[in-house]
Design a protein around this ligand. Structure first.
Ligand code: URA
Length: 238
């Protein structure tokens, strides 16, 4: 969470006093004076000391294996949402999903109360790699691979960044592949394959940056991030 928000919440520091705290170097993060008020901190990753007092944050991070049919939203009148997949006591009011998956897409979703982290993970400049397993209704060839590498151009002229396509199995009726993507345009993978003349019939996200869909996360289940997983995200905390 934002460092100044944490200090305000826990030490009830008035505005002027807050400014002084930062100006006079009384805030230490991992032993170094921190001057950035909006610095994103988590006490599971950082030691936060303000005027000699250690502060603790209370952010939540869940990995969900989203089933098909569930919408990536906090509320929906018609369909079950990713928040509905959580036990009522885990439905923290600030939780939201980092990056959308379509209703018919299965796979890994990060749910967190840490909005700054979510923003950083989705920012195009950060180039966070997302990995998908895809089944399409036709053959895939080296020409498709080359087109993905080049950057697919949608029918409306939108150009995608280069993406990785690894063909695992190909036949005239159906093919399986792995796609590595750094962007998150609306229906991106479906549209990319449509440009190549085939239709996506199954899509599953298996990784978001260093976070991967592990065997201990059967479809429809969720768990808190392991400490090592949170540590693997430390570069996205600024
Ligand atoms: N691309 C898509 O087309 N759909 C998703 O859900 C994710 C990526």
């Amino acid at each position: 969470m934002r460092l100044d928000k944490l200090i305000e919440e826990q030490l009830h520091t008035p505005r002027k006093a807050m400014k002084r705290l930062f100006q006079t170097g009384q805030i230490l993060v991992d032993g170094k004076i921190e001057g950035k008020r909006e610095r994103n901190v988590d006490s599971n990753l950082h030691e936060i000391i303000v005027q000699g007092k250690q502060l603790k944050t209370n952010e939540v991070y869940f990995l969900l294996h989203k089933p098909q049919g569930v919408v990536t939203a906090n509320q929906d009148k018609q369909h079950q949402t990713v928040i509905d997949c959580l036990a009522p006591h885990d439905r923290h009011p600030d939780l939201y999903a980092v990056g959308r998956l379509d209703r018919d897409t299965q796979g890994l979703v990060l749910l967190t109360s840490n909005g700054q982290l979510g923003y950083a993970l989705m920012h195009p400049e950060k180039k966070v790699m997302k990995r998908y397993e895809v089944t399409v209704n036709g053959p895939l060839t080296a020409a498709d691979q080359a087109a993905f590498e080049q950057g697919i151009v949608f029918h409306d002229g939108t150009t995608c960044q280069p993406a990785g396509l690894t063909i695992q199995q190909s036949s005239s009726e159906q093919s399986q592949a792995m796609v590595m993507l750094m962007e998150g345009k609306f229906h991106q993978i479906k549209k990319m394959f449509l440009v190549r003349g085939v239709k996506v019939i199954a899509l599953k996200r298996t990784a978001i940056g260093p976070l991967t869909l592990t065997d201990d996360l059967p479809i429809g289940t969720y768990r808190r991030l392991y400490q090592e997983e949170l540590e693997s995200l430390v570069d996205y905390f600024h």
